[in-house]
Design a protein around this ligand. Structure first.
Ligand SMILES: Nc1nc2c(ncn2[C@@H]2O[C@H](COP(=O)(O)OP(=O)(O)OP(=O)(O)O)[C@@H](O)[C@H]2O)c(=O)[nH]1
Ligand SMILES: [Mg+2]
Ligand SMILES: [Zn+2]
Length: 285
């Protein structure tokens, strides 16, 4: 029998199959193998009298390491414009990893009732991402929420972002019957309380929507990103590839670099270019 992992909880896997959701274990050897099963994986399972066991992970279309998920059509980064404020270094790290993994990204800016979303909206729209400005008190007919629903249609979508950004709140607005737990952020620490503990997908007639635990930091070097491939992680740089004076241009200080020129001219958002430079220098030679 085949199915799809929709939830991973303390070593057990909830697998959606044609005959409903079954809870499975893995054999020790599969867990120790290089790829351990994650949310979104298609798997084959076998049933014995005592147990249901994941036998095999079917080939993945894509994979993102944090939160671990496979076969995703869209990664929706949930970023609050206030409490906590956006951290573009974290966000750009995530967009680079998604781009290198060939997972499309959209951005939901939440808490637009607390601060103006425009600065962030401008950066990420210009970088080529769909950006939605949301606020939990808006009516459900708000243009951006309607547009976001359309974007989610017929897809497997994972919501990801810092703890307290409002992922579960947004999910509850899209699927009101869900009742995902949410919590006030800690004002003392200025961040969320890691309310959501596991990645879980929820099915509605036409989409699979996933909530995930908040993360705080992520490291490109640790994820094995190489200096030479970093530029490919910035989607808005690609039109300039092959146009710099030097073929092996690093886009840092070389003369005749079209990427840097585009950033200085405002064709590439300067904030994104600056993060590129920062990330490049932080990666090992
Ligand atoms: N003012 C305001 N508060 C919001 C908005 N969206 C979410 N919040 C609040 O932000 C807090 C955190 O929201 P959650 O949905 O729990 O955040 P989360 O991203 O799921 O957090 P973790 O599960 O810890 O990763 C809650 O108190 C929400 O009510 C919004 O649009 N405006
Ligand atoms: Mg949550
Ligand atoms: Zn260059």
């Amino acid at each position: 029998m085949t199915g799809r992992i929709i939830k991973v909880a303390r070593g057990s896997f909830h697998v959606e199959t044609a005959s409903g959701v079954v809870v499975c274990r893995t054999r020790g050897n599969l867990r120790l193998a290089e790829t351990s099963p994650c949310a979104g994986d298609f798997v084959t399972i076998s049933q014995t009298e005592a147990d249901t066991i994941i036998e095999k992970i079917l080939p993945r279309r894509n994979f993102i390491p944090r939160p671990p998920a496979a076969n995703i059509d869209l990664l929706l980064f949930v970023v609050s414009v206030c409490e906590p404020r956006p951290n573009t270094a974290v966000l750009d790290t995530m967009t680079v990893l998604a781009q290198l993994a060939e997972v499309p990204v959209a951005i939901a800016l939440t808490k637009c009732d607390l601060a103006m979303p425009e600065p962030w909206k401008n950066i990420y729209r210009r970088a080529g991402f769909p950006v939605y400005c949301l606020c939990r008190t808006d009516s459900n007919k708000t243009d951006d929420l309607v547009a976001l629903r359309n974007e989610l249609h017929d897809r497997t979508v994972l919501l990801a972002g810092n703890s307290g950004a409002g992922k579960s709140t947004l999910l509850n607005r899209i699927l009101p019957e869900l009742g995902q737990e949410t919590a006030e952020i800690s004002h003392k620490l200025g961040r969320g309380k890691h309310t959501t503990r596991q990645t879980a997908f929820f099915r509605t007639d036409n989409m699979l929507l996933g909530d995930s635990p908040g993360f705080s930091s992520l490291d490109l070097a640790q994820q094995g990103v190489k200096r030479q491939e970093l530029a490919e992680g910035f989607r808005e740089f690609t039109p300039y590839f092959g146009q710099c004076r030097f073929q092996d241009c690093t886009h840092l200080r070389e003369p005749g670099c079209t990427v840097r020129k585009a950033a200085e001219a405002g064709e590439i958002p300067l904030e994104r270019y600056e993060n590129y430079v920062r990330f490049y220098k932080a990666l090992p030679m």
